[in-house]
Design a protein around this ligand. Structure first.
Ligand SMILES: *[C@@H]1O[C@H](CO)[C@@H](O)[C@H](O)[C@H]1NC(C)=O
Ligand SMILES: *[C@@H]1O[C@H](CO)[C@@H](O)[C@H](O)[C@H]1NC(C)=O
Length: 439
């Protein structure tokens, strides 16, 4: 049978032969296309993947493989020899990768399809559970376009919605490049209002508020809002974040604790805001909320109703007005509203509800003065990267500890300090996105 078929093919003239080749080509393309249409949803009854081969096909197409010879699986598992190789590589200046520039992004985004393909964006949801639970992101950034784009790619899902606040002080080309990237996605946009963010001033809160207002007005039916800055990177996949958010049961989640006494002057005095924030001798009245001030940080996980209330509750609006001339309101405003009974998803002011940064889900940060030997009581091991403003910029050697924590995001990452760490996290998360297990 096959023999006869072969003889027939040999008798074909060149034109017929070409047609035959084309037919074969067409058929294989069709089969490829069909197989790429396979369903990726988990089977909710058994929790098992419907089609492993289908998953493999997608993963081959969309995997984010770290460059060089390093083995990210080993690095994530804490293999010290493998980590040491990346540290040595970081010392060799000639090995340093040139980061993508704003011009590069302006160029590649001219064709959005190619851009998404080249950068391997996941443009379909992986489960009904995620599809039915959209998340809103407020991203406040000012420079480092490559880091921003890699962060966006790592959290991008078509059902979510992303608002980007670009600092007024950022260069025109940076703004253009972010606009160009956003224009490739229907669910990514730039905030309608822009602030010039001054360190430790109200403007940091206002930047998030600008995005929050746009997000509340967006047509996407998002359930929770997460804010990020340009040096954050996720530790969890979208599926894991959705599961975590559902377990919150309608509560917000963030650091919120009794403040140390040295911080109290930050809201007890009037501050002047110029190029930086300067304390004056003028005492402020107490806050219009009839509860104490709690301390926390700028990174929060908020329910949609909480975000809506920010623009509707008149006492909350007075509180925000009152906070505008204080020092670093981002570090107490959310933490205090989280304890205000009128705010949706808040928790009682009793100290039993105090939540430390390590107990909260929002952000994992290694503060230099708390690093140390965990066997001697330190909350976390020593930073494997470098310190900036007393905060660890993570190295590949931090990954093993990072991925064992429950936090959705960690801060800080910088490809100029350790690109290996980010690359391995990208590879790890993409693998987990498709297979639901560790690399
Ligand atoms: C990386 O290391 C793991 C664990 O030792 C091993 O199973 C895997 O094959 C390695 N991967 C590569 C690409 O060498
Ligand atoms: C959001 O919607 C409200 C009510 O429709 C409107 O007053 C407000 O101006 C809108 N905000 C923005 C930033 O579009």
């Amino acid at each position: 049978m096959l023999h006869m078929f072969w003889r027939k093919i040999q008798k074909l003239n060149p034109n017929q032969f070409l047609l035959f080749l084309f037919l074969i080509f067409f058929l294989t393309m069709m089969m490829n296309y069909k197989s790429l249409e396979c369903k990726l949803d988990y089977n909710s009854q058994t929790g098992h993947v419907r089609s492993e081969s289908c998953r493999n096909l997608y993963y081959q197409d969309l995997k984010l493989e770290a460059s060089g010879k390093k083995n990210c699986s080993r690095i994530i598992r804490g293999d010290q020899d493998e980590v040491r190789k990346t540290m040595i590589d970081n010392l060799i200046v000639a090995n340093r990768r040139v980061l993508a520039t704003e011009r590069d992004y302006l160029e590649i985004t001219k064709n959005c399809r190619n851009f998404k393909k080249l950068k391997k964006y996941v443009t379909f949801s992986l489960s009904d559970e995620e599809r039915n639970f959209p998340i809103a992101y407020s991203m406040v950034i000012h420079d480092n376009i490559e880091m921003f784009e890699r962060l966006l790619r790592s959290i991008y899902m078509p059902q979510n919605v992303y608002c980007i606040h670009v600092d007024m002080k950022s260069s025109q080309t940076f703004h253009e490049a972010v606009k160009a990237i956003a224009s490739c996605f229907p669910n990514v946009f730039i905030s309608s209002k822009r602030e010039s963010v001054v360190y430790a001033s109200w403007s940091r809160v206002q930047a998030d508020l600008n995005c929050m207002e746009d997000l509340v007005n967006s047509s996407v039916d998002w359930k929770y809002l997460i804010n990020t800055c340009g040096t954050d990177f996720p530790l969890k996949t979208n599926a894991e974040i959705v599961k975590g958010l559902k377990l919150l049961n309608g509560k917000n989640n963030m650091e919120s604790e009794k403040p140390p006494s040295y911080k109290k002057r930050r809201w007890e005095y009037h501050y002047e805001i110029k190029d930086n924030v300067v304390q004056t001798k003028i005492k402020k009245t107490s806050s219009p909320l009839n509860i104490p001030i709690f301390s926390g940080n700028a990174y929060v996980v908020l329910t949609r109703d909480f975000v809506k209330s920010l623009f509707e509750n008149s006492i909350v609006k007075q509180f925000m007005e009152w906070a505008k001339d204080t020092y670093s309101p981002d570090e107490y405003l959310w933490a205090t509203l989280q304890r205000f009974p009128e705010m949706p998803g808040s928790v009682p002011i009793h100290m039993k509800y105090d939540t430390s940064d390590l107990a909260a889900l929002a952000r994992l940060v290694k503060w230099q003065h708390l690093e140390g030997d965990m066997e001697h009581g330190a909350p976390y091991p020593v930073c494997n990267g470098k310190h900036r403003r007393q905060v660890c910029v993570y190295g590949a050697g931090d990954l093993n500890w990072l991925v064992q924590q429950h936090h959705f995001f960690a801060n800080k990452f910088d490809p100029r300090v350790d690109d290996h760490a980010i690359q391995c996290l990208e590879e790890y998360l993409r693998y987990k996105l498709f297979y639901g297990k560790n690399l």
